[in-house]
Design a protein around this ligand. Structure first.
Ligand code: UTP
Length: 271
């Protein structure tokens, strides 16, 4: 099924990175020479997506400035005029609320959502692989996490598994460790039915007082199902300091000009 549009929710506060995120958006934190949002944008382009919607807010102008530069230099991104829009989220009321802010720019067609702080290194494009397997239900990227970590994530209750696809019978946002139905966590790649906007606009705040996208996915299971896609490749949680550090080290270790720096650093530490 064709997916033409992507939403990049970039309206979060990034409290785990205070104080730097008081002045620099989390999505602009760098992995060597490119910000996180650049990698997510490349992943969307590689998936054949044509329209790019950023849900932004006060203090996030550097994202717009960055892409102004990128779009005027075709060696970075050669995209059609008018294919990028910015819509404001006036208050950070949660990921579900951020997605709802894009309603008028999406209409009722299925669309992608990508959180730039989930940095995924895939042989091609994680969201592209999801699109290849998309059947019209709501679909989320999923991976197994350590059981002790489940309360950081939306967790799938698995009905059946078939290759990379999981059919979920339920989903729970940030369950207590003892209540989690599996270790399959949702990470920040989604393909959503346009019907989700009706559900999101009726939702009451959930965990953390935020409008939770996971709650909308749960409500929609009877009407359109929920599929987990077990993606291949490596994912780094760059919403956390340890995840961002691991991503930087990983990318540097793969770079011919930088890998010696890392090796020498560890040799020096051992001396
Ligand atoms: P997070 O749950 O990581 O929240 O958001 P956060 O505010 O960015 O970071 P912390 O937890 O305070 O450190 C996941 C994704 O949803 C977006 C974020 O920008 C991130 O891409 N988001 C979150 C919004 O766009 N709006 C919101 O109100 C909340």
């Amino acid at each position: 099924m064709r997916i033409r549009k992507v939403v990049f929710p970039v309206g979060g506060l990034g409290t785990r990175f205070f104080p730097i995120t008081r002045a620099i958006p989390k999505e602009m934190l760098g992995i060597i020479d490119k910000p996180l949002i650049h990698y997510a944008f490349e992943e969307a382009i590689a998936a054949g997506i044509e329209q790019f919607i950023f849900v932004t807010r006060h203090g996030k102008d550097s994202i717009e400035d960055y892409f102004d530069f990128m779009f005027s230099h075709s060696e970075y991104f050669d995209i059609k005029m008018g294919s990028v829009c910015y819509v404001r989220q006036n208050e950070p009321k949660g990921l579900g609320h951020a997605v709802l802010c894009a309603k008028n720019l999406i209409g009722d067609e299925p669309f992608a959502v990508m959180s730039a702080d989930d940095f995924i290194l895939h042989t091609k494009s994680c969201i592209g692989a999801m699109i290849e397997n998309y059947d019209g239900s709501n679909m989320v990227a999923t991976m197994k996490v350590a059981h002790s970590e489940v309360s950081k994530y939306g967790i799938l209750d698995v009905e059946s598994e078939n290759g990379r696809l999981i059919k979920a019978k339920s989903v729970d946002e940030k369950p207590a460790v003892e209540d989690a139905k599996s270790d399959y966590a949702i990470v920040g790649r989604y393909l959503l039915s346009g019907k989700i906007f009706d559900v999101l606009s009726e939702l009451k705040p959930g965990v953390g007082g935020e409008i939770q996208l996971t709650d909308a996915l749960l409500k929609m299971i009877p009407q359109c199902g929920l599929t987990g896609f077990k993606f291949e490749g490596k994912r780094f949680d760059c919403g956390s300091k340890s995840g961002l550090l691991a991503a930087v080290l990983h990318v540097a270790s793969q770079n011919e000009k930088l890998k010696d720096v890392i090796e020498n650093f560890y040799k020096g530490e051992k001396r």
